[in-house]
Design a protein around this ligand. Structure first.
Ligand SMILES: Cc1ncc(COP(=O)(O)O)c(C=O)c1O
Length: 354
């Protein structure tokens, strides 16, 4: 009854979205603040008659608006149903079993190995430095690979590389292999490497509206890069689903990217709360990896990561626990509103004193 392909699937496990009780949700890196008020005004004013028609398959106006924000023509922009879909199309378009493994960091976004298994692409995890940051040098010595991908800032560690380090990577790796920088968390203090796409035809930047623009529920992601890469993604899209973005999402995303003041205000509140949380944790003796994301990755000597995750859950605070070898005592904590972080910190004290 089921295909061989289907039987081999190993799906990604997203962070819990429990419906049974009210949790302080610090487990899926959602933004705790509302999206631009222009999004709400638009959604309230929608005439349902527009839904009779299919949306623009090219999402032209949205791509032009993103282009204005990044100073790029729409021909260098691809949009999809969340950056997960954009990433999936990238894996399909750019990486091949015959060309060797796809390289990504030892600890990274857990969807990458899932797409590799989906598209039958071998992969190789490249070691992080002992401080858990990405070492670009360790990619230079790799000779046989089909491409490179990593998030910047990396997930779940939060560590960040400056654009000049991405440039070094591009200068020292094969110009015929696509390098994808997944900038899902770039809006929280990092600097995008997007301008490097004008210099390197094999560099693709992927971003999302889910984090910095508080629109995880709208499902809009995008890729920025050379026309040839963008056109390949469009071919994949049109071989799968011509209309991945519905009419409401296209318009709402446009309005949100135009509201620059709201975006700056929203992201700077999170950066401030991250600084507050990191300082408080360090004062309590926690190890906190340097983070440029809307989450932090933390551990404490003598504290078992799984145990801590469970105890916090019992107290009504959800964080993310991975349990992978090498990071088994870390938990990843999304930066919520300040009041949520105060409750989280209080819970750590209560759990620790038991
Ligand atoms: C590193 C990374 N990339 C991409 C995504 C996907 O984001 P979305 O599909 O909501 O755009 C996530 C989601 O958490 C992520 O952590």
């Amino acid at each position: 009854m089921f295909s061989k392909r289907f039987k081999q699937l190993t799906p990604y496990t997203p962070g819990e979205q429990p419906q049974n009780r009210d949790y302080i949700k610090l487990n899926t890196n959602e933004n705790p603040y509302p999206p631009s008020p222009m999004v709400g005004e638009y959604l309230k004013s929608v005439d349902p008659d527009i839904l009779k028609l299919y949306p623009d398959p090219a999402s032209q106006e949205l791509r032009e608006t993103i282009g204005k924000f990044y100073n790029l023509p729409s021909s260098k922009i691809f949009v999809g149903n969340g950056s997960d879909e954009v990433l999936s199309f990238c894996f399909y378009a750019f990486f091949d079993k015959e060309n060797g493994p796809l390289l990504f960091p030892e600890h990274s976004y857990s969807f990458y190995p899932v797409y590799c298994s989906f598209y039958d692409i071998p992969f190789k995890r490249v070691s992080l430095k002992t401080n858990f940051s990405i070492s670009v040098d360790s990619y230079y010595k790799e000779k046989n690979y089909s491409g490179i991908i990593f998030p910047n800032p990396n997930a779940p560690t939060g560590t960040y590389l400056e654009p000049k380090e991405i440039e070094q990577l591009m200068n020292n790796t094969d110009k015929n292999k696509v390098v994808i920088i997944d900038e899902a968390y770039i809006d929280f203090g990092g600097k995008s490497a997007v301008s490097l796409t004008n210099k390197f035809d094999n560099l693709l930047i992927v971003q999302t509206f889910s984090k910095g623009r508080s629109l995880a529920g709208l499902r809009v992601g995008f890729a920025l890069g050379n026309e040839k890469l963008i056109s390949a993604l469009t071919t994949v899209k049109d071989s799968f689903n011509s209309y991945p973005l519905d009419a409401l999402a296209q318009k709402a995303a446009r309005l949100s990217i135009e509201d620059i003041d709201h975006f700056k205000d929203n992201t700077s509140k999170i950066i401030k709360t991250r600084d507050f949380t990191v300082k408080a944790l360090k004062e309590k003796g926690w190890e906190v990896l340097p983070s440029m994301a809307n989450f932090i990755f933390i551990r404490n000597q003598g504290v078992n990561g799984l145990d801590l995750y469970k105890k916090l859950k019992d107290e009504g605070v959800l964080v993310r626990y991975f349990g992978h070898p090498g990071i088994e005592d870390f938990i990843r904590v999304t930066i919520g509103q300040k009041k949520d972080m105060v409750t989280f910190l209080k819970n750590l004290d209560t759990i620790g004193s038991r």
